[in-house]
Design a binder for this molecule. Structure first.
Ligand SMILES: Nc1ncnc2c1ncn2[C@@H]1O[C@H](COP(=O)(O)OP(=O)(O)O)[C@@H](O)[C@H]1O
Ligand SMILES: [Mg+2]
Length: 227
């Protein structure tokens, strides 16, 4: 019995440590990340996709002037295939792990379930409207926001339940994370790196974010992104 308790203490210490490391990584990447990442991506796009498209255009133009264009056309097709593979690899590198191979809804369900299992909080996940795939950049923003919002519920809210929803409107998608914890005063509490980073990601993607919170009513975080 004692052993089991020790193990579960070890486990929660480990989870705490992992959370702290995750927060630190998020903080550092929010600080340094955006610019460096953009430069890196610009470089990669230049070296792979842009050069590939240039070759494809040249090959097609050359083919146009040939009596027997087959060889140039075959090379153009091959380059286009390679470009497609590069584009997929770039997108995979940009996708957060939870989105790897799953839809946004599936990823949100998994995040919510994990909070339920690990923190013993009652969690629901609801979809409003018709789910659809969004541009990867919008999905990344929403999944990162959900991760941070759920981490905040676990760390700060002392909540008994949390309701997560995704509402698919005609041109926008809204993520809501609502907890029944003790809340805070968003105008007083200086945003930590979590909320600040979230806001800048959301705004960079042309979306908006809102936090409503009260001591009695818990906290509702909404993130809306347009397509
Ligand atoms: N769901 C929540 N319930 C209660 N307090 C919260 C919640 N979310 C955020 N807060 C408060 O807002 C502060 C800032 O949050 P955040 O920017 O994520 O930074 P951090 O989590 O690193 O403290 C938290 O320290 C906490 O006081
Ligand atoms: Mg936080």
């Amino acid at each position: 019995m004692e052993r089991v308790m020790e193990q579960s203490e070890d486990r929660s210490a480990l989870i705490e440590e992992l959370e702290a490391q995750r927060a630190e990584v998020a903080r550092l990447s929010a600080e340094h990340g955006a610019l460096t990442e953009r430069e890196r991506l610009a470089g990669e796009i230049h070296d792979t996709l842009a050069q590939g498209f240039t070759s494809i255009i040249m090959l097609l133009q050359a083919a146009d002037a040939q009596p027997d264009p087959a060889r140039h056309l075959a090379l153009a097709v091959q380059t286009a295939r390679e470009n497609l593979a590069e584009a997929r690899a770039l997108m995979a590198a940009l996708s957060p792990a939870p989105l790897d191979g799953s839809t946004l809804d599936e990823a949100l369900v998994r995040l919510a379930d994990r909070l339920g299992e690990e923190a013993g909080i009652a969690v629901t996940f609801t979809v409003h409207g018709e789910s659809r795939p969004l541009p990867p950049s919008a999905e990344v923003v929403l999944i990162r926001a959900a991760q941070e919002a759920l981490a905040n519920v676990r760390e700060h809210a002392a909540a008994g339940r949390v309701d997560v929803s995704a509402a698919y409107g005609p041109r926008t998608v809204t993520l809501e994370v609502r907890d029944d914890g003790h809340g805070f005063d968003p105008s007083v509490a200086a945003d930590g790196y979590g909320l600040r980073g979230m806001r800048s990601r959301v705004e960079q993607a042309g979306g908006s974010m809102r936090v409503r919170s009260s001591r009695e009513g818990g906290t509702v975080l909404t993130v809306e992104v347009a397509e």
